[in-house]
Design a protein around this ligand. Structure first.
Ligand code: BGC
Length: 844
């Protein structure tokens, strides 16, 4: 795919003619961002300012501000769990419309690194442990964006599969593993969709940092014929000449006077002849080609897709609600689901509605996304409690315990904007002060977390800011001890009703990454005793210069923990509530401070005492449905004791409504696992480098490939998931390609027949895996080679065709792809662990 709909792209000669109009200075200026999110304009070649934005859970835009809200789509793991390329292409289209609404030309997404290990901090942001599923879902996402004229940035090229020492780690990957696993999704997306941008990762691979790696030129350009743009990850480019000689085109962010290795240094290098001018021209051609594709050449604009309706519109809500439900994986169900809306007769008094005890920290505050650069600000979120209540159930709530170990941001109903009478609503006022002490600006905000990247211009304050004041009112709902505090870096003072509560300097743990510092900054809390209904004026002051990141990143978060019982008391209260109800829905999980860019997890256990909470609730009421709200696998040691286990990911802004739809059976739980869900931490690859080097010792054997090899049983296998109906997999036949040529050149078409044997309409994901008995080459026991979704009514039989590409039978043989002649088995079924059908292909 070449450009937005109907666009006529200037050809290479025309792009080169334009480049010829520029001086060397003008060209080099274009190669580093103009600011944090945009490229320079250049009127001499008709180039307007071109805007980039994260991605992938929505389109954040140029500011980090909760008032500038964005449609929040489910996490990548949730999208991959749909196994539904049509749906994901539609989500790509929704994101393109969001991009148009926000003036964004290129989205910094999708993330197509693999789940090498569930410890990886950004696991939630990547689709799958399997390269084929990642490639298909990633390609659909890219297609949806680019069809509408918005560029995708396939990231992070390559080997960026964990966060520890992420800026410096050198990842050692053998050639075959690199080709068959990690490069495979990039290759498929670049070749099939012609992705318009690729992001070079922070890490190095086999000795070269990725912004100066030979893989860019040799593989991306040379082998795959990539004609798009390569940009650096933010601040990942360091070496002037090496990055210029490698195929890096754009260093981000900018300007060059503040960030990146180019600007004047590159001008000098070209002057000295150590960097060839032709390389510079090539980079500018690629920038202009990207600009042409997204309609940023003013004399040749590509037709624009329409902007989206507001992110809180009904149309957006419906699409996100359906997408979230389509990714929910019903991992276990003893028949309790779907819940019936009414209680059994005789069980209750006059109110015959089902009485559900909704329990767990994540039931009240929906966790809709992971942390880091993937953060967006949804216009609203629906929590599981909201969803079940809106569905008409009788709902009572007990939190039980916390799902994160830090104090959360201050929020409704306690946090109010200041002023008497209060400026209406939840939030705070920010005042910006110049060095002179004069007020440089102020704004009313809706939340309690404030971040500025590279200065305060996004808040409309252009002069240097020396001090910030965050002012709000905290109103106590009940009487007791409230923990009030601040998170951030540098010096903070907290005043309550004018009296200083603390003056503290918050420092970073050694070697912490910027993203880690921003996602889980140090905090300082103090107890404040309040009477029920009492309001106090709270002011947090921050000296901007005291942050170790200077102006690069300024963060202030107001924290509040309302009075609560001890964990023991809260667990006992939750169990008592469960015992008194018809059924319990317990929502456990993680948060964006547990799963985030910037750091890896060191345990897969649920944070805090959540396991104990689940066990006590199950013991109190066996009719307990456990809902897991995390972006990536967590250990579920009680899974076999719960009546049902629903894995629901970080589900986006419509999470709670989608959950109610599925729990009540209005919608099918459509998801199948895009990764193996571990039963324990045994045998999982580590993210910890030794002496700066992380060796992928497990080679080809990640995910189900490792479990198969080691004969280990996961908790839930790759591809697993139940619906509300039952299926019989009836037959598989293989077909030659339509034009009758040989198998090897074209791959194989598998026709699989399935029958809905249950009593409800349903959706099945038919999966096909290849294996090679008696291979002379070391291989996984089986690997996914194709899949398709099927919808069928009760009793209906459907035949689905699944095209299996030639590459599915090939292995990397040192210098190229090879097919081992002989018999391959193709097995089909509902998951990697249940493959009732098999057929053979004899390859020459
Ligand atoms: C992340 C990228 C992101 C960029 C811009 C980096 O820290 O690794 O994925 O696109 O920041 O926010």
């Amino acid at each position: 795919m070449d450009a937005g709909p109907g666009a006529v792209l200037p050809d290479e000669a025309e792009l080169r003619r334009r480049v010829g109009r520029l001086s060397l200075e003008q060209k080099i200026r274009l190669l580093t961002g103009a600011d944090f999110w945009a490229l320079y304009d250049e009127p001499d070649v008709g180039l307007r300012r071109l805007v980039l934005s994260d991605g992938p859970a929505g389109v954040r835009g140029e500011s980090w501000d909760e008032r500038d809200s964005s449609a929040n789509v489910p996490s990548a793991t949730a999208l991959a769990a749909t196994w539904d390329t049509g749906r994901i292409e539609a989500i790509g289209g929704l994101l393109a419309r969001e991009a148009r609404r926000k003036g964004v030309d290129v989205l910094l997404a999708p993330t197509v690194n693999l789940h090498r290990t569930p410890y990886a901090g950004r696991c939630f942001e990547c689709f799958s442990e399997d390269p084929l599923l990642t490639a298909r879902i990633g390609a659909a996402y890219v297609r949806g964006l680019q069809r509408s004229g918005v560029g995708a940035t396939v990231k992070h090229f390559i080997g960026n599969d964990s966060e520890t020492q992420r800026m410096t780690v050198d990842v050692r990957i053998d050639d075959r593993t690199l080709r068959e696993l990690y490069l495979a999704p990039f290759e498929a997306i670049v070749r099939q969709e012609g992705a318009w941008a690729v992001m070079a990762a922070y890490n190095g691979v086999n000795g070269s940092p990725m912004t100066q790696s030979p893989l860019l030129r040799d593989i991306l350009h040379g082998e795959w014929g990539y004609d798009g743009l390569v940009m650096s990850d933010w601040t990942a480019a360091h070496a002037t000449e090496a990055a210029a000689q490698a195929a890096l085109d754009l260093a981000m962010p900018g300007p060059a006077s503040l960030y990146g290795p180019w600007g004047d240094a590159l001008l000098e290098a070209v002057g000295k002849g150590t960097v060839d001018q032709a390389l510079i021209d090539d980079k500018v051609v690629r920038i202009l080609r990207l600009a042409a594709r997204v309609g940023a050449l003013t004399d040749n604009p590509a037709p624009l897709a329409p902007a989206s309706p507001q992110p809180d519109s009904v149309a957006v809500a419906q699409e996100l609600r359906a997408a979230a439900a389509a990714g929910f994986v019903l991992a276990r169900n003893d028949g309790i689901l779907p819940l019936s809306r009414s209680a059994s007769p005789g069980q209750l008094g006059p109110d015959r509605r089902l009485w559900v005890a909704v329990i767990g920290p994540n039931a009240e505050v929906a966790r809709t996304m992971g942390g880091g650069s993937a953060t967006v600000f949804p216009p609203y979120t629906t929590s599981p409690m909201d969803g079940l209540r809106a569905a008409g159930l009788r709902v009572t709530y007990a939190p039980g315990v916390a799902s994160h170990l830090r104090a959360g941001a201050a929020r409704a109903p306690w946090l109010l904007r200041p002023g008497r009478p209060f400026a209406p609503g939840t939030g705070a006022e920010i005042r910006f002060f110049a060095e002179s002490g004069e007020l440089a600006g102020s704004q009313l905000r809706d939340g309690a977390t404030f971040l500025w990247l590279s200065g305060f211009a996004s808040s409309g304050v252009t002069e240097p800011v020396a001090r910030l004041e965050i002012r709000c009112v905290i109103r106590a709902t009940g009487g007791g001890v409230y923990q009030l505090g601040v998170s951030g870096l540098g010096r903070y003072r907290l005043l309550v009703d004018g009296a200083e509560v603390f003056d503290a300097t918050l420092t970073l743990p050694e070697n912490a990454d910027l993203a880690e510092a921003l996602m889980r900054p140090p905090q300082h809390l103090a107890p404040v005793e309040l009477a029920a209904g009492q309001s106090v004026d709270v002011v947090a002051e921050h000296d901007v210069g005291s942050s170790p990141f200077g102006g690069f990143g300024t963060l202030v978060q107001l924290n509040l923990v309302p009075p609560h019982g001890t964990d023991d008391e809260e667990i006992a209260a939750a169990a008592a509530l469960a015992a008194a109800s018809d059924a319990a829905v317990i929502v456990v999980g993680t948060t964006a401070e547990v799963e985030s860019e910037g750091f890896d997890r060191t345990t897969l256990a649920l944070p805090g005492r959540q396991d104990e909470l689940v066990r006590r609730v199950i013991a109190a009421n066996p009719r307990t449905v456990a809902v897991v709200n995390s972006g990536a696998p967590v250990l579920l040691p009680w899974a076999q004791d719960a009546a049902a286990v629903l894995l629901s990911w970080f589900g986006g802004q419509e999470y709670g409504d989608a959950l109610a739809d599925v729990l009540l059976g209005d919608v099918e739980p459509g998801g199948r696992l895009p990764m193996t869900w571990p039963a324990s931490e045994e045998g999982l690859p580590s993210t910890q480098p030794a002496d700066g080097v992380l060796t992928y010792r497990e080679g080809l054997f990640i995910g189900y490939r490792a479990y198969d090899r080691d004969g280990r049983e996961p908790l839930f296998p790759f591809g697993h998931g139940n619906g509300y109906t039952t299926w019989s997999h009836e037959s598989i036949t293989l077909d030659r390609a339509p034009d009758g040529r040989k198998w090897a050149g074209l791959g194989v078409a598998a026709c699989v027949q399935v029958r809905n044997t249950g009593s409800r309409p349903g959706r099945e994901v038919v999966q096909v895996y290849a294996s090679r008995p008696d291979s002379a080459v070391e291989r996984p026991a089986k690997w996914l080679v194709g899949f398709a979704t099927v919808d069928a009514d009760p009793g209906e039989t459907v035949t689905v065709g699944i095209l299996i590409p030639e590459r599915a039978f090939q292995h990397w043989a040192g210098q190229g792809w090879a097919t081992e002649p002989g018999l391959f088995v193709l097995a089909a079924g509902p998951s990697s662990a249940s493959l009732p059908l098999a057929a053979h292909v004899d390859l020459p």
